[in-house]
Design a protein around this ligand. Structure first.
Ligand code: AMP
Length: 321
């Protein structure tokens, strides 16, 4: 039995993609002791961590009895994947994401294993997950202001800058753990009642550091308008992890500041993107761009650099701008 478990864990670790689920692509804040995720988060997962991660997950779910005593208050969001509900037990609120998903061979997917390790003020907390037959539930920190996408219209510059700074902090933490998110966009950035930004949805995240070595990625995943050119062209060449998220941060920054997307696709068939890639001056005369000051344009030049090897990589340099 122990050997079977050991070999199953080995398989999951060496081939994390085998444990990816096919269909996950797409008041008072609860205090569950505060240390659950911190325990999970001591360092990026290693082979032997998986067993303890699974055990701790089970214990957390049991200890806080996520399965009983909660009242469904309302639906927070829904899509092809399933639904997100607001649940309440006395004064405590949590969000529960329910998706239809076959159990994987390992009993977990990279989404759960990646998300449960996270413990940072700007990353949404996953308290625990539960799989019953083909229903998968994520018990999550509740963010009463919902996602940033629904606040874009009335967003002022001060808030936009504060959210962008918090996004950078969260992304720096995720990257420091050898993980790339790959689906950063306003819909996946949630806000608490105190305007704290939380990065959510690790359904497309992956390890870019495996066994201490940086690996390149191949899958064309994410949301097209936030994808950098190297992901759109990933059928030709493998790509590095972190520059993908930095590009998405650039598109998000543009959207926070102008309420628009800079282009539909970072592809030379797209008129706006072609102007960006070839000759930026023409683009700067266009509506959304002309309102951006010099510092914002400089930052966008660094984040939206088409060549991923020349894209800004040091977080301190991004923050400096
Ligand atoms: P998702 O499938 O995770 O992208 O969630 C879909 C939508 O549900 C989001 O865009 C949010 O508006 C809402 N939502 C998801 N998770 C939460 C949460 N933890 N707290 C509040 N709203 C959420």
């Amino acid at each position: 039995m122990i050997f079977q478990l050991f070999f199953a864990l080995c398989r999951c670790f060496q081939e994390p993609k085998n444990c990816r689920r096919g269909n996950t692509s797409t008041s008072r804040e609860p205090d569950f002791g505060g240390t659950e995720n911190e325990n999970f988060a001591s360092s990026p997962a290693t082979l032997t961590d998986y067993e303890s991660l699974l055990k701790k997950n089970e214990e957390t779910c049991k200890r806080y009895s996520f399965t009983s005593g909660w009242t469904k208050v309302r639906v927070l969001g829904e899509g092809g994947y399933g639904k997100v509900f607001l649940l309440r037990k006395k004064k405590t609120k949590i969000a529960r994401k329910v998706v239809l998903s076959q159990p994987t061979e390992c009993g977990f997917s990279s989404e759960e294993i990646i998300h449960i390790q996270m413990s940072h003020p700007n990353v949404l907390k996953l308290y625990c997950w539960e799989q019953k037959a083909n229903i998968l539930c994520f018990n999550l920190e509740y963010c009463s202001r919902g996602d940033i996408a629904s606040h874009l219209v009335d967003l002022d510059e001060k808030d936009a800058k504060s959210y962008f700074k918090q996004l950078l902090d969260g992304v720096a933490y995720i990257h420091a753990r050898g993980i790339v998110h790959r689906d950063l966009k306003p819909e996946n950035l949630l806000l608490t009642k105190d305007k704290v930004l939380k990065i959510s949805d690790f359904g497309l995240a992956d390890f870019f550091i495996v066994n201490g070595r940086e690996i390149r990625l191949t899958e064309k995943v994410g949301t097209e308008s936030y994808m950098p050119p190297e992901v759109l062209q990933s059928h030709r060449k493998k790509y590095q992890g972190p520059p993908v998220d930095l590009w998405a941060c650039g598109v998000i920054f543009f959207k926070l500041m102008t309420k628009r997307k800079p282009w539909s696709r970072a592809d030379l068939d797209d008129k706006e993107y072609k102007m960006w890639a070839r000759e930026r001056k023409g683009l700067y005369k266009k509506d959304a761009w002309k309102d951006l000051n010099k510092a914002s344009r400089t930052l966008l030049n660094l984040l939206l650099e088409p060549n991923p090897t020349q894209r800004i990589s040091g977080w301190r340099s991004v923050c400096h701008h």
